[in-house]
Design a protein around this ligand. Structure first.
Ligand code: SF4
Ligand code: SF4
Ligand code: FES
Length: 229
């Protein structure tokens, strides 16, 4: 198969490589690194779709390299880094912006009381617990790419589980309000692209409605309006 890779900072490079059809895209990259070019740079850790580090674009589609088989990708591949992140080298992009966004939005549990958490308490948020911070949803979000004050699908999906956690009574809605979920256009790019099928857009829709329910946002027929704190 023919594999073209967008190299940074040096343009693109083409390889001809034989791969087992069942091999993953990550195994292909490892083979190229071991047999063709040891300077080829990409991220990976778990090789099992858990750590979220190996996201790249292949033939225009963002994927987890360890979770797709080459037999499903076609005979010619063009592999690029994810969009929306600073490229460190070749396919490796900087993830610090993800952690910084989470830190600024205070996306963590703030328990204020002892509370027995029962399984049914977490049913509603079980999907958002499965986010692996791969960054794919943010990379395909048109609103986030405009540099607006929108928090983005990754942060809003991660925040969702804390909003409904019964231990988390200190987690007020000010964080959510500041992330402007109402700026989401509901284009569904994030939900289609998420490799864990977590439906970030659906979480954002619920978060908007939560702000409406609490009287912090007004939903007009044409969109949302701020009411402010
Ligand atoms: S649905 Fe909303 S959050 Fe998701 S990609 Fe579209 S604008 Fe971004
Ligand atoms: S919501 Fe999905 S696409 Fe976004 S970071 Fe989490 S796992 Fe990745
Ligand atoms: S290497 Fe961990 S998710 Fe792909």
């Amino acid at each position: 198969m023919v594999v073209r890779i967008k190299r940074h900072p040096a343009g693109r490079e083409e390889f001809n490589v034989d791969m087992e059809p069942k091999a993953t895209l990550l195994e292909l990259l490892i083979k190229l690194k071991e047999e063709e070019d040891p300077t080829l740079t990409f991220r990976s850790m778990c090789r099992a779709g858990i750590c979220g580090t190996c996201a790249v674009k292949v033939n225009g589609k963002p994927v987890l390299a360890c979770s797709v088989r080459v037999e499903n990708l076609g005979e010619e591949l063009f592999i690029e880094p994810l969009e929306g992140y600073r490229i460190i080298k070749d396919l490796a992009v900087e993830h610090e912006t993800i952690y910084e966004r989470l830190r600024l939005a205070k996306v963590w549990l703030m328990p204020a009381q002892e509370y027995e958490v029962l399984p049914h308490h977490l049913e509603r948020v079980s999907r958002s617990h499965e986010c692996i911070l791969c960054g794919i949803c943010d990379s395909v979000c048109p609103v986030l790419q405009t540099g607006s004050s929108f928090g983005g699908p990754l942060v809003l999906t991660r925040l969702y589980k804390h909003l409904y956690d019964p231990r988390n009574i200190k987690q007020d809605l000010e964080n959510l309000f500041g992330l402007n979920p109402q700026l989401c256009t509901h284009c569904m790019n994030c939900s289609y692209a998420c490799p864990k099928r977590l439906m970030p857009e659906a979480h954002i829709r619920e978060e908007e409605l939560l702000l409406v329910d609490k009287g912090l946002l007004r939903k007009e027929s044409g969109g949302f309006e701020f009411l402010g704190f």
